[in-house]
Write a protein that binds this ligand. Structure first.
Ligand code: NAD
Length: 261
């Protein structure tokens, strides 16, 4: 139980990767604030499930990551409930795919706000608490698309490259102060986020959903296997450990070889 007495916020953690990271932190004894845009009953049901499974304190906060005031209030909720914030995982994210000339401006604004700006606002609010304690871990869920590009993802690729840059700045500003900041860069992880892309391949190529998944993964990921959400959770726990205290400012691919090509 490496994280007993630590308090964590994981944004976008009612589903997918964020939920797996929240589970992994709770399993190590951390108190966790989970977050998502689902209705309150659904969020509280997920919080209760994680709390029961790991015997940890888990609460739900429905802050909308597209609203800076709500992002900052989420951090204060953790401080008020658990006496501080030691671990911040900026994970909330959305996707939209279209060629740049057809990309809806409101989708661009939403992706930049949720996938990039919320990480700035959350870190800005959390850092004074971490600096006061002389210990902190900020982990940003970027993407393979923080390191390389793909067509039809102008906003997502821009936001994720921005997250990689923000990660480096926060790491440099806090080096030597007991605080690290790193980005995790997953390849394809099977979560609701990528379902529309799988359905699009199935429709365009007249494939079953299972065959469309194989088709999606094989184009980018030499391993030809999805990354599992709990593999991201395990890396997040490692980044919180003392063994990782000199790892900072990095962007760590977990992508089956995608960005090695
Ligand atoms: P998901 O759709 O399963 O979960 C997204 C989470 O974000 C949910 O909890 C949802 O409630 C929350 N969310 C969405 N909009 C929000 C808002 N406005 N305010 C608060 N919460 C909001 O997605 P996922 O695949 O688990 O993605 C998590 C992160 O991982 C994202 O940043 C995504 O870009 C990144 N990522 C995913 C993959 C993949 O293949 N799935 C690959 C690389 C990176």
């Amino acid at each position: 139980m490496a994280l007993t007495d630590k308090a964590a916020v994981v944004t976008g953690s009612t589903s997918g990767i964020g939920r797996a990271v929240a589970e992994a932190l709770a399993a190590e004894g951390a108190s966790v604030v989970i977050n998502g845009i689902e209705p309150r009953e659904e969020g509280e049901r997920v919080a209760a499930e994680i709390a029961d499974r790991h015997g940890a304190a888990v609460r739900f906060n429905g802050a909308d990551m597209s609203r800076p005031d709500e992002v900052r209030a989420l951090i204060e909720d953790c401080v008020n409930a658990f006496g501080g914030i030691d671990v911040l995982v900026n994970n909330a994210g959305i996707q939209h795919t279209a060629p740049t000339e057809e990309f809806p401006p409101e989708k661009w604004d939403a992706i930049i706000a949720i996938n990039l700006s919320s990480a700035f606002h959350a870190a800005s609010a959390a850092l004074p608490h971490m600096q006061h304690k002389g210990w902190g871990r900020i982990i940003n869920t970027a993407s393979a698309h923080g390191l390389v590009a793909s067509v039809n993802k102008a906003a997502y690729v821009s936001a994720k490259h921005g997250v990689v840059g923000l990660t480096k700045v926060i790491a440099l500003e806090n080096a030597g102060r007991g605080i690290t900041c790193n980005a995790i860069c997953p390849g394809w992880v099977e979560t609701p986020l990528i379902r529309p892309q799988i359905e699009k391949i199935a429709a365009e190529q007249d494939l079953s959903i299972d065959d469309a998944k194989v088709e999606l993964v094989r184009h980018k990921q030499p391993s030809r296997q999805f990354v599992q959400p709990d593999q991201i959770g395990a890396l997040a726990v490692f980044l919180c450990s003392e063994a990782a205290s000199q790892i900072t400012g990095t962007s760590l691919p977990v992508d089956g070889g995608w960005t090695a090509q």
